[in-house]
Design a protein around this ligand. Structure first.
Ligand SMILES: NC(=O)c1ccc[n+]([C@@H]2O[C@H](COP(=O)([O-])OP(=O)(O)OC[C@H]3O[C@@H](n4cnc5c(N)ncnc54)[C@H](OP(=O)(O)O)[C@@H]3O)[C@@H](O)[C@H]2O)c1
Length: 286
């Protein structure tokens, strides 16, 4: 198959490598494609500039949109999740492409629930911030567009090189609050890759999935567990903030029922693998 990954970054590059290893022709599109692995064909283009999208590789079978916002500003969100999708979908149509599936990575940030409620694909997604509304608009562009589309709402991505919580513990500045408890919803990078690959291979995937592991966890619980494993000073309990914008627990039941088997079903599995790898890196070579 011919596969385009538009916004070939942290998740996109790992996905591209996996799909190339499966034997597919894979193009990785980004503004600075230098440094993409050899097995991925680099495509220098800017999703915010339609002129740069005029020569997409022909005969694309599957297209993934995995571009992310450059920062937290409303403009960055609009560029990444509304303008970019619109330009790419228009370019595919203008070039008479007929991908059998287009996939969009959205975010569980579209849920405004803030009292620790459980949410799934059927829960109201009524974001209270502009960024969330842009994500929802991007979802709609894909789902209402000309090609069969699937949206995967990803939770917080962690994995090799994305070790913010480990770093904060080692630096002694990790904090949490416990009344009310704040939940983290996580997914390991390799399960983002696995789920995106799995869903695109299904004959009739649903239009929407939540991409999260099996175990939303209180931030304090995760930090104390990590601190025990890493033997760092414990995290500090701080006063609860009174205006939490979002605090929910995400369910992966639809993704699991689709047949996807998680490589890292919980944070313990994922972080144990990361810590093992970090420990091996540190051991002196003999
Ligand atoms: N990180 C998380 O915790 C999280 C949580 C929920 C959902 N998500 C979603 O999951 C997806 C993958 O996340 P990620 O962490 O892998 O993202 P990432 O590492 O930030 O990668 C995004 C890639 O998009 C490219 N890009 C950005 N703007 C572009 C543009 N205008 N034209 C072309 N390429 C552009 C960037 O490369 P250049 O700068 O070279 O262009 C970058 O390589 C994103 O859609 C993100 O919104 C992420």
């Amino acid at each position: 198959m011919n596969i385009l990954i538009a916004g070939c970054g942290y998740v996109g590059t790992a996905l591209a490598m996996r799909l190339a290893a499966d034997g597919h022709g894979v193009w990785g599109l980004r503004r600075r494609p230098e440094g993409l692995p050899d097995t991925v064909r680099p495509l220098e283009a800017d999703l915010s500039d339609p002129a740069t999208l005029r020569d997409l590789p022909p005969g694309l079978d599957v297209v993934y949109y995995t571009a992310g916002a450059a920062d937290g500003s409303e403009t960055a969100y609009r560029t990444a999740y509304v303008d970019g999708p619109r330009h790419l979908l228009e370019a595919l149509e203008q070039q008479n492409q007929r991908p059998r599936r287009v996939m969009f990575t959205s975010s569980t940030g579209v849920y405004a629930q803030c009292r620790g409620e459980w949410v799934n694909e059927d829960s109201p997604a009524e974001p209270s911030h502009a960024g969330g509304r842009h994500l929802l608009a991007g979802e709609r562009l894909f789902l209402d567009g000309a090609f069969p589309a699937t949206v995967l709402r990803l939770a917080g991505i962690y994995g090799p090189g994305r070790t913010r919580l480990i770093d904060s513990l080692r630096q002694g500045n990790a904090t949490y609050q416990d009344s009310p408890p704040v939940y983290l919803n996580l997914i390991h990078r390799d399960d983002c890759v696995g789920a995106l690959r799995h869903l695109a291979a299904l004959a009739r995937p649903a239009s929407l999935y939540v991409g999260v592991d099996y175990r939303p966890v209180e931030r304090g619980t995760l930090l104390r567990w990590l601190s025990g494993v890493l033997d760092t000073p414990p995290p500090r309990l701080v006063a609860a903030s009174t205006n939490r914008r979002r605090n929910k627990r995400c369910r992966n039941a639809r993704l699991a029922a689709s047949g996807y088997s998680f490589r890292y079903p919980t944070f313990q599995h994922g972080y144990s693998a990361i810590i093992d790898a970090l420990t091996k890196e540190k051991k002196p070579h003999v």
